[in-house]
Write a protein that binds this ligand. Structure first.
Ligand code: NAD
Length: 344
């Protein structure tokens, strides 16, 4: 039986990692760590787990095979690399890291230690995205010409386990990126995944339009990101990420191909709608996506456990996520310089 620990016991650990480990009978959740000791203590008492007061104790524990890393973005690389060097498999939350060098070092360290490193890109696993990818592979749309993909909600200040305007999500040192790294990474990665393609050119604008600290000063990370992407196969499209959609969440993607149009999570009733050039319309009623207000099982933990149990590759393996991280860092570079950035 695979034995796991969770480092960081905030919102994503509490709604996804901890319950999904507890729900999987191939894995034993052994213990938890959070730097807010009372938070981890309360959870370990509730579920009868070990409470580690230092995460190094967890990494030094031979009874732990794998860890989930659910802390602020700035610590993903450091703790992942430590965990891999202690012989643990790692499931790290997104964004993988805050710069490309760290992403590559994480991957190298996983390979050197012969350990699995998965990044928690749950959007790769939603039923509609998996099915849409298959339909696209089966050429239902012909060749993809353009796309637009969006992820927007009203911001992380009400989401975090420590809510408020001084959340770590708004702090450049701990978050590094704003809406781009929080939401944009999901949709950037989705484009690479769903089109079986790779973003190779980026032009981006990042702005802080509305979010302010308690002091009234604008936050130092972007609250809106608009990126124009070009892919290796020649498609062009837009990716927008926003923390200022003060209404229903938008998690939609539209793909425009030579044979028709596919709309994903763009309609309350049908998760996929296909409109063919010949006039035919096809609706698919699959499970809705996980939203802040509607959390369903992400499947990320089952995928990690399955990957460890069968020693297999996963769509969440770090090497598959690196091209998406390159597009994110290229977007930051483009926004800073005003230039179109070509990704090598
Ligand atoms: N896959 C997704 O859809 C998704 C959704 C939300 C958050 N996330 C990611 O999960 C991570 C955590 O986000 P969250 O929403 O749980 O935030 P949160 O603010 O709710 O919780 C963060 C937790 O990390 C703890 N923490 C911070 N620094 C720590 C440290 N040095 N050591 C140990 N614990 C530390 C805090 O005490 C808190 O318990 C972030 O990287 C975020 O981007 C992913």
């Amino acid at each position: 039986m695979i034995r796991v620990g969770v480092i960081g016991c905030g919102k994503i650990a509490q709604i996804r990692h901890i319950p999904e480990y507890l729900d999987n009978d191939k894995v034993k959740l052994v213990g938890l760590y959070d730097r807010t000791l009372e938070r981890a203590k309360a959870l370990t008492e509730k579920y009868n787990l070990i409470h580690y007061i230092d995460y190094h104790d967890m990494l030094n524990d031979d009874n732990i095979d794998a860890v989930s890393i659910c802390v602020s973005n700035n610590l993903h690389a450091e703790i992942t690399i430590e965990a891999l060097n202690h012989g643990k498999h790692v499931l790290c939350e997104k964004p993988m890291a805050t710069n490309l060098e760290d992403c590559l070092l994480m991957l190298k360290t996983a390979k050197e230690n012969n350990k699995k490193l998965l990044i928690a890109h749950n959007q790769r696993l939603t039923k509609a995205h998996v099915y849409a990818k298959k339909l696209i592979e089966d050429q239902i749309l012909g060749d993809c010409l353009t796309f637009r993909t969006t992820f927007g909600h009203s911001g992380p200040e009400t989401w975090s386990i420590n809510p408020g305007l001084n959340t770590w999500f708004f702090n450049k040192d701990t978050a590094s990126m704003g809406a781009l790294g929080d939401l944009g990474i999901h949709k950037t990665d989705l484009i690479n995944y769903i089109l079986n393609d790779e973003i190779i050119e980026v032009k981006a604008s990042l702005e802080t339009l509305d979010k302010k600290y308690e002091s009234g000063e604008p936050v130092l990370v972007d609250d809106n990101a608009i990126c124009i992407y070009k892919t290796r196969k020649g498609a062009i499209g837009t990716m927008s990420a926003s923390w200022t959609f003060y209404g229903p969440e938008d998690n939609s993607t539209v793909i425009y191909g030579t044979k028709g149009i596919m709309k994903i999570y763009d309609d309350e009733r049908y998760s996929i709608r296909v409109f063919l050039r010949n006039g035919e319309k096809i609706n698919f009623d699959l499970e809705g996506i996980q939203t802040n207000d509607n959390q369903t099982k992400s499947g990320v933990i089952d995928e990690f456990v399955d990957c460890l149990e069968h020693n297999k590759d996963s769509v969440l393996s770090a090497e598959h996520i690196i091209p998406s991280m390159k597009a994110i860092f290229a977007s930051l570079n483009s926004a800073l310089t005003g230039k179109t950035i070509r990704i090598d």
